[in-house]
Design a protein around this ligand. Structure first.
Ligand code: HEC
Length: 234
């Protein structure tokens, strides 16, 4: 497999450092940096909570898992389901993340790939850490990141929404902690989650939706709360 991917981590490392093998390249991956790569490039589609499937399957236990076998994810492409014997580990994830389509033709992950071997290595180190239950603490911007949607019931004042003001083409969202974020109306989405993971009634949660901090969504327990929470005032 490595032969088919001349730009893979280990070969890159070989050109830079003497006598390095893929294990060493793996050790170079920094899970903290990888966590940032995940938030920016993966979290919109993948959760790290076991069993929480979004556009893509949960990656909570991806390390060592056979491709196309996340329990409860019913939207795998034939290409991924039928892939003979791919197990997610360092070399397979490296090849997949470099170019999903080159690695498993016909898959349905809409993602062009990550060209930077270091970024891939960091990300893979992070995924391994998460699978082993040793997730490094994510950097907090105040808002929650999508991958952390896990415990909307237990969220703190930084993410709990106190007020939403609509003025011009913008929403101004104030959290219980007192911070106000402004969003262009087209970049703020409203969602509901009435399930076990959703927020309590009357306590909507602000979740960051993009790397620039300019997109987010608010999750409510019930659709009736949405209109009632938004006040038109300039
Ligand atoms: C636009 C949404 C989207 C983005 C962004 C995305 N993925 Fe995916 N991912 C998917 C979908 C959908 C699948 C299932 C593909 C299929 O069945 O062909 C998938 C599948 C996977 C799989 C295989 C899982 C399994 O159970 O076999 C891995 C691993 C994976 N993605 C990792 C990542 C990582 C890491 C990133 C960030 C660099 C990422 N994905 C970015 C949507 C996405």
């Amino acid at each position: 497999m490595r032969k088919n991917h001349p730009n893979s981590v280990s070969l890159m490392a070989l050109t830079c450092l003497p006598a390095v093998i893929s294990e060493a390249a793996m050790a170079d991956g920094d899970p903290k940096r990888g966590s940032r790569v995940f938030q920016q490039q993966c979290a919109a589609c993948h959760s790290l909570e076991r069993g929480r499937h979004m556009t893509g399957p949960s990656l909570a236990d991806v390390w060592g898992r056979k491709a196309g076998t996340a329990e409860g994810f019913g939207r795998y492409s034939e290409a991924l389901k039928k892939n003979p014997g791919v197990v997610w580990n360092q070399p397979s994830l490296d090849a997949w993340l470099q170019s999903p389509n080159a690695f498993i033709r016909g898959n349905q992950m809409t993602f062009g790939g990550i060209g930077d071997p270091q970024a891939r290595s960091d990300l893979i180190a992070y995924l391994k850490t998460v699978s082993e239950g040793r997730e490094p603490s994510a950097e907090q911007s105040g808002m929650m990141a999508p991958g952390e949607m896990v415990k909307l019931k237990e969220i703190g004042p930084n993410a709990q929404v106190k007020a939403i003001r609509y003025c011009g083409d913008a929403y101004h969202v104030t959290t219980v902690a007192g911070k106000t974020y402004a969003f262009w109306e087209f970049n703020l989405r409203f969602k509901t989650d009435s399930g076990a993971n959703g927020p309590p009634r009357g306590k909507p949660v602000l979740v960051s939706g993009g790397m620039m901090g300019d997109r987010a969504f608010i999750v409510f327990a019930h659709p009736e709360e949405i209109g009632a929470s938004i006040k038109s005032r300039c």
